[in-house]
Every structure is written in structure tokens, then in C-alpha cells.
Design a protein around this ligand. Structure first.
Ligand code: GDP
Length: 314
């Protein structure tokens, strides 16, 4: 029974964190979120983990919801000084945020595993659920664009997602394996939810980690439902470049295009009401379509959608 069971959610930053927030309200510590770390980056000598931190700040109730990234009540004194000193500051990091990256980097340099360091940060900030990096290995998304090969954050933040993405590369993925914590979570899951995150650069890297698809397949073989929620509504991303990226990488920029990417991993696919006409095409992929209002306009919308997803597969 899902309502009493353990749920594992796969998530990137913005879309994934919103659904995770709704799930945490309903499930508390029965929720584990596996986050993408392929858009991690080094800034000012510090390791920054944007998707992990978006999920962590959101689940801790500290996120700047209007902005869509970073912390509420942030100040920028450190960044102003860095700029004065001639450092690159296009990747904006507030003072509180930098505190997290300083602690993370120190703990990693002292020999901590990325997973245990992440757990320490989450517990310190009062997160109830468990957030697990997809792997302890270093994986970095690179994008080939009409302006050449770029590191992901150079494309995403510095160049405002304007270059056209023609190819993706996950540097380091060949030797990246799912951690014991990730495997234990998937092996103990009663339900797996693929959040409405970018299927190519958020969920794609998670599924590409060694052992991940196998662990999800094992869960399915013991009867666990894998439900994916579309992050594309009416052919558009709610935020970010997912729709344009789907098109330029040869996929259909629609919920159906997303469903095709999950055809071999999920069993249920949640589409928005506006995409109801795509339901039969989704069903023909072997996915059970579920039609819901998938836009999470506010916090109430997050727990509403989370509750409806749980009810649809319960
Ligand atoms: P990123 O790593 O910060 O880019 O974040 P994600 O990959 O987690 O999220 C980007 C995706 O979230 C985009 O495809 C958005 O369309 C989707 N998204 C954002 N808000 C919502 C929402 O309220 N509902 C749905 N269904 N998708 C959303």
C-alpha cells in the first residue's frame, strides 16, 4: 500500500524538487529522493551541487521560491567582494549558499563520501526525507552546441540556455555506479516516481548511472510501480530549456516525446489535462496513462499533485 510505503523519487532541480516537496508533506521520512549530480560544478574552489541543493533547500523550507534557485533572505556580500577581486561571478552564489559549499568541500577534502556529506548537510538543515546523490563518482554533463562544446553550467547559466544543444555527453559516466544507499533505497521501495524534471539532462544522467536501470528493473520485477510525471505541458516546459532541447536532440517536444524516453523504465505515465489527446499514444507505448493537473503553481499544488499521483497508483 503506497500511502504507508516507502517511495523513491528521481529528481533534477526545479520540477523534481516541487514534486518532492509535495511527497515529503505526505510521506515524511518514507521519502527518498535520488538527485542528479551531473550538473555539479566547481566555483571558487568549492564543489557546488545545484540539483541536490535545490531539492535540499526546498525540502528544508529555505528555498527562494520566486527566484527558482538559491535561498530565501540571501545576501551577496561575498559575491560583491569576489567581483571586486576580479573573480568570475556569473554563477551567482549568495552568502548562505556559499556557507553550504564551504562545508561540503571541507568535508569532501577530509575524506567524506559525497553521499555521507550530503546526508550531513540535509540533516543539519532539518530535511525530513533522504536526498541521495545518484552516485559518489564525478559525472559532468557537457553539451555540444552551435557555439561548440560547453560545460553544462556555461550553457545553462552563463549563456542563458541560448545556444542550440546538438549533442550531450556525460563525462565520467562509464565508471559511475549507484551507491549502496541508492541501491538499498530502490530495493526497499514500494513505489518509484520519476519527477517532472528535464528528461535529458536531469533524469537521463540518473538512469545512465551503472546499476540504476537494473535496480529499477528489479523493483518492477517484484511488482513495484514506476510512475513518471511529464515536465512538458502542452508542448512547453514550465521553466527551462527542456522543450527546446527535446526538439534540437531529435525528440518530440511533447509529453509523448517524454513518454517515449521512459517507455522501457516506467509503467505509468502522468500527463497534464491539456495533453489528454496524447493518452492513447502513450498507452500504445505500454505505459498506463494517468491524466492529472500537473502544474504545481504553489505549495498546495505540490501536495495536491503528489497525493493524486499516489492515489492513481495506490
Ligand atoms: P533543473 O535541473 O533546475 O533544470 O530542474 P528539473 O530538471 O528538475 O526541472 C525542469 C523541468 O521541470 C522542466 O521540464 C519544467 O517544465 C518542469 N517543471 C517545472 N515546474 C513544473 C510543474 O509545476 N509541473 C510540471 N509538470 N513540470 C514542471
Amino acid at each position: 500500500m503506497t500511502a504507508a510505503g516507502r517511495v523513491v523519487a528521481l529528481a533534477g532541480g526545479v520540477g523534481g524538487s516541487k514534486l518532492a516537496d509535495g511527497l515529503q508533506v505526505l510521506l515524511g521520512d518514507r521519502l527518498t529522493v535520488i538527485v542528479n549530480t551531473a550538473d555539479d560544478t566547481e566555483r571558487h574552489g568549492l564543489l557546488v551541487s545545484p540539483d541536490h541543493d535545490t531539492v535540499m533547500y526546498t525540502l528544508a523550507g529555505l528555498a527562494n521560491e520566486e527566484q527558482g534557485w538559491g535561498l530565501r533572505g540571501e545576501t551577496w556580500a561575498t559575491s560583491a567582494m569576489l567581483e571586486r577581486l576580479g573573480e568570475e561571478t556569473w554563477f551567482r552564489l549568495g552568502d548562505q549558499d556559499l556557507g553550504v559549499h564551504i562545508a561540503r568541500t571541507r568535508l569532501l577534502r577530509a575524506g567524506g563520501r559525497p553521499t555521507t556529506v550530503a546526508l550531513h548537510l540535509q540533516r543539519s538543515l532539518g530535511v525530513t526525507a533522504t536526498i541521495l546523490p545518484m552516485t559518489d563518482a564525478s559525472v559532468r554533463t557537457r553539451v555540444r552546441t552551435d557555439h561548440g562544446w560547453l560545460d553544462f553550467q556555461e550553457y545553462f547559466v552563463h549563456r542563458h540556455q541560448e545556444p542550440v544543444v546538438l549533442e550531450l555527453e556525460l563525462a565520467g559516466i562509464g565508471t559511475a555506479h549507484a551507491t549502496p544507499e541508492v541501491l538499498a533505497a530502490l530495493d526497499g521501495a514500494d513505489l518509484i516516481v520519476i519527477g517532472p524534471s528535464n528528461p535529458l539532462v536531469s533524469i537521463g544522467p540518473i538512469l545512465a548511472v551503472g546499476g540504476m536501470r537494473e535496480a529499477i528493473a528489479r523493483a518492477r520485477a517484484r511488482g513495484v510501480t514506476v510512475v513518471a510525471v511529464s515536465g512538458i505541458i502542452g508542448g512547453k516546459a514550465v521553466r527551462g530549456p527542456a522543450d527546446r532541447m527535446l526538439t534540437s536532440l531529435g525528440h518530440d517536444p511533447s509529453a509523448l516525446g517524454v513518454a517515449r524516453l521512459y517507455g522501457d523504465v516506467a509503467s505509468v505515465f502522468v500527463l497534464d489535462r491539456v495533453d489528454e489527446a496524447l493518452a492513447s499514444a502513450v498507452a500504445s507505448l505500454g505505459l498506463r496513462p494517468v491524466i492529472l493537473d500537473t502544474l504545481m503553481a504553489d505549495r498546495a499544488g505540490r501536495s495536491r499533485l503528489a497525493g493524486e499521483v499516489l492515489a492513481a497508483v495506490g
